[in-house]
Each structure stands twice: as C-alpha cells, then as structure tokens.
Design a protein around this ligand. Structure first.
Ligand SMILES: [Zn+2]
Length: 306
C-alpha cells in the first residue's frame, strides 16, 4: 500500500480520522499499526523507498544493519529478474515467522541477524514470485516457493560474497533425502493433498529450487537468466502456469522441454545415470555410461578425443 495515504478528517466527529489506502495491481493486502513502532526508511538509487517498522527493543541494531542488505537485495532482483514496479516496500515486525504480501512483509525478527537477512530476502523476493507473477500457489507451489528459494540463495551468495559454486547444496541434499525415501510425492501434488506436510515443504521450497537449477544445467545458466527476465516481462501482473513458463524457456533456448517438465514435476523419477568406467584408447577416451534405476543393465559407450 502507499505509505502516504490521503487523510481526511471526519466532520461529524473531529476526534476521528479516516485513512484511505490505494494500491493498483495487487491481489492481497496486509495492514499493521502499533503506537510504539519505530519508523525508519532508506531508498534505492531509482527512488524506491524501503520502510522499516519495528519495536523499540534490543534488536534495534539488527534493524539498522538490515537496511543496506535490503537495498542490495532489491537492486540485485531489479537487475537480474525484472524491475520492482511499486514506489515502496515495507518490512514490518510482526506476524509469525515471515509472510509475504504485496509491497510489505511481516517478520518476527527474533532470531540472529543472519536469520533476519535471510527471511527478509526470501519474503522480499516473493514480490516477484507470488506478488507480481501471481502463480496459483496451491497448485504450483514450486513456481512460487521454489523459484523464490532459488533466487533467495543466489542473492544471499551475492550479499555475503560467498562465491559458492552451488548455493543450493542444502536444497539438493534435502530433495535427495526425500527422493530416496518411500514417502516421496510428485511436485505436481496440490498443496492441500500431500500425505506429509514435511514432503510438501521439501517439494515446494527445495525440489522447486533444484528444478530451476537443473533447468539452468540443461539450457545453460545464461539462457536461464535471460529467460527469467523474459518470463517476468511477459507474465507480470498475470497468473502464469507451468506451460507458460515452459514456453518462455523453450523460445529462449530453442529446445523442447516437455520431457524435463513432465518428468521432474509430474513424476517422482530421478536422474539415474552414472559413469561406470573411463578407458584411454590412444588419442581417444572411452566413457561408459550406465543407466541405473529401473533398467539397471543399460550401458552405453561414448568416445571422445582427448
Ligand atoms: Zn516463501
């Protein structure tokens, strides 16, 4: 919502004020008020204002430090995923953990500073994946939480200058644990119909982020990057479905991606190939691939020049 509402004094009762909030292109709203809130603000170079509303307590320093991290997060997302279209965003202390809304988030902020940064980054990125790209998060939770988690760890890698080759290694591990278990379920499961809430969490957040990372492996990370911006520009303020996202990536890469989307989102099949052996044959190297899993006897040779 616009933090500068139009104020109107009620004539019948001069002790009361009426506040009007107006917001365009939003599909949800949240509202917070507390007479003891401290209100601080900073802005991006492009003029977008970030508001911070929090209690006056021992966490004041964390809230101050958070400002520059939040600015960098928004700048990174603007540059790499598409321009945040609203004039302001509010990070408000309250709620239960962290929850996303258009133009604001409610965060408890009771943990460590790193935790506060991580939750702020995650919830802010929901402005892109949920707020602006309004995917149905019950049906396609992986396009919402998964894409958000993917960008979250990319941004955290950037903020802390970690230069980790795969910032999603924890997400891979978590997905892999479930993929090897008997309680795995397809990514296409409706959020309300998982047998285990735990598997919903792993699928939506972790397998969803692995999906995007693996897509980058197939089409190339640079193509994925330009595709994500194209996806944002094409589908902002709309309600994209998996086929809409697939079409963007197919056009961007020139590849047919049905097989990947179907196998990764509609089944619990996993990657099942491995290198079974490597042989040196003069100027050539012969690599033996093995298809593990259901057809475990399938082997194929590939020769390549050294
Ligand atoms: Zn989330």
């Amino acid at each position: 919502m616009d933090m500068r509402p139009k104020r109107k004094t009620e004539k019948r009762n001069s002790n009361k004020l009426k506040w009007h909030f107006k917001a365009e292109n939003v599909h949800d709203f949240a509202w917070a008020a507390d007479p003891f809130f401290i209100h601080e603000q900073t802005s991006l170079e492009n003029g977008t204002i970030l508001h911070f509303l929090h209690k006056n307590d021992s966490l004041n320093d964390n809230w101050k430090r958070l400002q520059s991290y939040a600015v960098k997060c928004f700048e990174y997302m603007n540059e790499n995923y598409g321009e945040y279209p609203y004039k302001q965003y509010s990070i408000i202390q309250g709620g239960d953990g962290g929850m996303e809304y258009p133009m604001c988030t409610l965060i408890t902020a009771e943990g460590s500073f790193k935790g506060l940064v991580s939750v702020t980054v995650h919830e802010s990125i929901h402005s892109w994946f949920q707020g602006i790209l309004g995917t149905n998060e019950s049906k396609y939770e992986w396009m919402d939480e998964g894409f958000c988690t993917y960008a979250q760890y990319e941004v955290l890698n950037y903020l802390y200058k970690k230069n980790v080759l795969n910032p999603l290694y924890r997400q891979y591990k978590s997905y892999s644990n479930v993929a090897k278990s008997s309680y795995k379920e397809p990514l296409s499961t409706h959020a309300d119909f998982y047998n285990l809430n735990y598997v919903y969490g792993v699928n939506a957040y972790n397998k969803g982020s692995v999906f995007l990372h693996q897509l980058g492996y197939i089409i190339g990370s640079e193509v994925l990057k330009t595709g994500m911006k194209k996806y944002f520009e094409t589908w902002k303020f709309k309600h994209p479905k998996p086929t809409d996202f697939k079409r963007i990536m197919e056009l961007e890469s020139g590849l047919e991606l049905d097989w990947y989307f179907e196998q990764f989102t509609q089944t619990t099949n996993t990657i099942d190939y491995a290198i079974a052996g490597v042989k040196s044959l003069g100027e050539k190297t012969q690599i033996l691939f093995q298809k593990k899993g259901k057809n475990s006897n399938a082997f194929r040779y590939l020769s390549c020049h050294q």
